[in-house]
Design a protein around this ligand. Structure first.
Ligand code: GDP
Length: 198
């Protein structure tokens, strides 16, 4: 898919105030510093569509960007644990779970994980929450350029094994990306394009 236009539309914390037309949307989420803003800028080819910053936990907003005037890219805030948490759902900020549960035009969530790290409990729990809630998602491994090919493959295989040893019977679609060298860009955009065509 060629990106011809990318426009910021609206930021808010309230799912009922998100755009009301029925264009399909794709939401990007992960822990802060995972490389989400860099990935969004890399995918859209706009240098500062999403604001990158080393400061964790900055914005707690749902940001809608209209791409090619026919789909939304949604930049969600980094998730974090609630201090007291009982169910897996209660662990995540309420407006995030509300977004996933109420946003009917959401086609797919992209959960970003840093490919250098051991699978993190919070990421696995967020994916479990999505799975339990019947929300389709894919995994995007970020910062692939930081590892040599062997280590990269080893980490991805390890991640899959941890999921299969846990709750999962199969691995959701996944992409290995780098915002530095644009690895995975064509694959992620082709995936979105293919879903949009159907
Ligand atoms: P966010 O908090 O998830 O939006 O993360 P950012 O996009 O702001 O990135 C956090 C840090 O990781 C910044 O210093 C980025 O330059 C760096 N970073 C993000 N993606 C990549 C990548 O693909 N490769 C490398 N080498 N660094 C990255």
């Amino acid at each position: 898919m060629k990106i011809n236009s990318a426009e910021f539309i609206i930021s808010n914390q309230d799912v009922s105030k998100c755009p009301s037309n029925r264009l399909p949307e794709y939401a990007f989420i992960g822990r802060s510093n995972v490389g989400k803003s860099s990935l969004i800028n890399m995918l859209t080819d706009f240098k500062s569509l999403a604001k990158t910053s080393g400061r964790p936990g900055k914005t707690q907003l749902i940001n809608h960007f209209l791409i090619n005037k026919n789909w939304y890219l949604v930049d969600l805030p980094g998730y974090g644990y609630a201090r007291v948490s009982k169910s897996s759902k209660a662990k995540f900020q309420k407006f995030i779970t509300k977004y996933f549960e109420q946003r009917e035009q959401l086609v797919c969530g992209f959960v970003l994980v840093d490919v250098r790290h051991e699978p993190q409990k919070i990421d696995l729990e967020f994916m479990e929450y999505l799975g339990e809630s019947g929300i389709p998602f894919s995994i995007i491994f970020t910062k692939a350029d930081k590892l040599k090919p062997n280590a990269l493959e080893r980490n991805v295989e390890h991640y899959k094994k941890v999921m299969l040893d846990g709750l999962w019977e199969e691995i959701p679609p996944y992409f290995v990306t780098s915002s530095t060298n644009k690895a995975g860009r064509d694959e992620v955009l082709a995936y979105i394009d293919e879903i949009n065509q159907n």
